[in-house]
Design a protein around this ligand. Sequence first.
Ligand code: FBP
Length: 549
Amino acid sequence: MDESPLQTIRYRYEPKLPAILRSGVDRVAVSLGEPSRAADGIRDLFPKTYGKPVARFVEGANPDMRRKLTVGVILSGGQAPGGHNVIAGLFDGLKKGNPESRLVGFAGGPGGLVNDKAVEITADLMDRYRNTGGFDIIGSGRDKIETPEQFEKAAAAVRSRGLDAVVVVGGDDSNTNAALLAEFFAGRGESVSVIGVPKTIDGDLKNEYIETSFGFDTAVKTYSELIGNIERDAASARKYWHFIKLMGRSASHIALECALQCRPNVALISEEVEARGWTLARITDYICDAVAARAEKGENFGVVLVPEGLVEFIPEFKALISRLNDLLAAQAQGFAALSEPAARVEFVASRLPGELAALYRGLPGDIKLQLIMDRDPHGNVQVSRIETEKLLIALVEARLAERKAAGTYKGKFSWQNHFFGYEGRCAFPSNFDADYCYSLGFTAFALIASGLSGYISSVRNLTAKAEDWTAGGAPLTMMMNLERRHGSQKPVIRKALVDLEGRPFQAFAAGREDWAVRTAYRFPGAIQYFGPPEVCDAVTRTLELERGK
Ligand code: FBP
């Protein structure tokens, strides 16, 4: 048999929908609130789509839901568990509304729209992907639709396929693209609707209207299982300090949730590092203090969680990366002409100002190269490829040696390093993500059928049972501000970083001093798809705490 038993059974799982979307589709009416507002500068850039009201679905007559529609969907950016269910919810909504409606999937991300590469989503194809992880039904990509030519090509593809709408499933950058596309069509007077869906395991696309991005739930549960297993191994073997880097390109939501679930000895939270202005040396001492305190008790083992985005939050590194981003954008040609790694390092180092040049030159060779690797198409440094955990291990080892020489530390320090990221991005979606994603997709259909554009699908009240969730849409422009990218100011959706005053961080801060010294590990175990609801349908601690549970 090619399929695993779980795969076969998951195909048959029926995702739960909010009650409002379960009644007949023509009983789903849209209720619009007050005009929305946004940060300075956004109104000028989005004259056609600025100020739209928040939409909410309520019971009422809506014959528009029966319209025959042709829709294109794009999966954009990094994989996140549940993407297939977004497509399934969208597909089922369209077919319920009108069996003649059609859905096409653009292949390989936004580039598929620009180059007009798409596949028809048929019922047979859809059934092979329901409730599974991955984005492989149509693939994903990180291309950005940016130049006038790309917009024209996208518009031509939409026109030639007779599309009524495009759904962009993505994170902050991809939904920014969705907002630009919506504005473009509106500016042309074309009645093509563009709807975004909030995706990213990083959990940093959230605000009043988006309680969590999809995929976060499954990814953190997968990592927490692995961290719990490592904690048990550490406490059994009693000989290693495990340094675990966790994905999350910028915000530390993943590391924070895993810390709440697993109670490691040390968990660094990038946002706190930045707020306190901690230098690399200070972070090193912070870890060494926990190592030394545990060594005093004869416990020469432990677990340290390191958020992937940390380097961009350490003040001296932040300044360095920002300077490198500008330098690599401004001197792209000269840099690209060099093929030797050493020549590239020297090219950069010789153009940095004094202190930053010294910091850069003093880093281990691998880290120097990792910092000047290609930026992603949105201008971001690829932090998943910077081995921050190894940098910290080297610094901690050196500092402990100094302490030993000074007689202030007597323990043994052996280490292992890990990076958990890709392991969690394509797991079978948890029941929560399966239900949430299906609901987001179905909601996207209802927004399109209601003739709305420039919105992000919004399903809320997520700590309640799925039937009590609410469904609607929030205007994308209200989530935007201006940020510096590729050396110039660009409109982007605001990233939600960890709030140091927020309940999840406060809960972590209340426990961490104890966890640093005591072996207080907690073992979440593997995601369960069947069994008691308190295990199978549990949401993340982050969501519970943020929602006051
Ligand atoms: P998105 O923001 O597109 O959802 O991607 C998030 C992420 O998984 C980050 O956590 C990670 O830094 C990055 O993608 C890795 O990117 P890539 O898949 O291109 O290696």
